[in-house]
Design a binder for this molecule. Structure first.
Ligand code: PLP
Length: 352
């Protein structure tokens, strides 16, 4: 039996001391999923990207993209940056812009979670919300039209396109990938990642192809996303941050198959059910896209691997961000997403 002292809150390694919040981005922990993946043959880990300071893995890419733009466009305090975002990149950029003294304009759509929108306001971000769906049923193309209009209105502003950005990909090749391989002593059998702009997945995939080529890369997307080659076509999507209504250049279709071994499409209900299950088994609060990763990791990928193998899921953000959306009874019911376990609180079993 471990004594209670074994779980005292103390750093596993020396604490980092930063000159600004930007110095403490990354180096996120991995947690073994012994309970959620109790029946899995391989050993499974989750990388908790919610431990980044603005709450998601987007911090890594935001720093790199803004620093690149500083060099390319000679940004200086007072300069204006424009980004189109589902939410997390907006928060990450707002964090970087706060430190550097830049003004930020975020073009968002109605799928943004109210908590994220409120935090963007807290950062002083200018929020431009578009409501019109594009020809694919998503919002991305309408967001881009609004970006073009803003660029005409603010000719000195710099638009950072996270969908076509070697810096977005490179941030994860330089940090997320190496962190996983190093933390697990160089033995990683498979990594499961989300599909969005392609920054995190292709960045990690590129790192592993070079430094651990046998590691299999699994990408998880929501049905209805048009991000990847061979996608099943447009449909309504509900997992904020996952999927796109365009094919981001970051996936580089001609070389995509060299880096990615498996692609799996999921339904929102499966993803949210997995997020509920991991909260109740491991105590981990994660967003729906992390749930999608864990659904694929445990229910599809794990059976392909043997005892002694190690599989890792990269979980983009924290579940608290979605208390009014993906984990809200009314929100789910309006969209016809069935997650009965979310509302089984065992209240009837407790005597008054
Ligand atoms: C919650 C969440 N999951 C997944 C993704 C996809 O990540 P990427 O854009 O690196 O492909 C994002 C991106 O915005 C996100 O916010």
């Amino acid at each position: 039996m471990p004594s209670s002292a074994d779980h005292d809150v103390r750093p596993a390694s020396p604490l980092r001391v930063g000159d600004s919040v930007l110095d403490v981005v990354g180096q996120t922990p991995l947690v073994r999923l012994q309970r959620y993946c109790g029946d899995c043959t391989p050993t499974a880990y989750a990388k908790l990207e919610s431990m980044n300071p603005s709450g998601s893995m987007k911090d890594r890419a935001a720093i790199r993209m803004i620093e690149e733009a500083e060099t390319t466009y000679s940004l200086e305090p007072g300069s204006t940056v424009i980004v189109a975002t589902s939410g997390n990149m907006g928060l990450a950029m707002a964090m970087v812009c706060a430190v550097k003294g830049f003004r930020l304009i975020c073009v968002v759509d109605p799928k943004i979670s109210p908590a994220t929108e409120q935090c963007l306001r807290l950062y002083g971000t200018t929020i431009v919300k578009i409501y019109q769906r594009d020809s694919t049923g998503g919002y991305h193309l309408t967001r881009l039209e609004r970006v073009a209009a803003l660029q005409a209105e603010y000719p000195d502003a710099v638009y950072i396109d996270q969908y076509d950005s070697p810096a977005n990909v490179a941030a994860h090749t330089a940090s997320t990938g190496p962190e996983i391989l190093e933390a697990l002593g160089g033995h990683v059998t498979a990594v499961v990642l989300c599909v969005g702009t392609g920054g995190s997945s292709m960045g990690v995939a590129r790192f592993f192809r070079k430094h651990s080529p046998a590691t299999e890369i699994w990408l998880v997307d929501e049905y209805g996303s048009l991000a990847l080659p061979g996608n099943p076509g447009p449909a309504d999507r509900y997992l904020n941050g996952m999927g796109t209504s365009i094919a981001p250049a970051n996936y580089d279709p001609p070389t995509f198959a060299q880096f990615v071994d498996h692609v799996v499409y999921v339904q929102a209900a499966e993803a949210i059910q997995a997020a509920v299950a991991v909260a109740r088994s491991e105590g981990l609060l994660i967003g729906g896209t992390g749930g999608a990763v864990l659904h694929v990791l445990r229910d599809i990928a794990a059976s392909r691997y043997a005892a002694g193998d190690t599989i890792v899921g990269v979980l983009p953000d924290h579940g608290s961000r979605y208390s009014d959306t993906q984990f809200n009874k009314e929100w789910l019911s309006v969209r016809g997403i069935d997650v009965p376990e979310l509302f089984s609180d065992h209240a009837s079993e407790i005597s008054p």
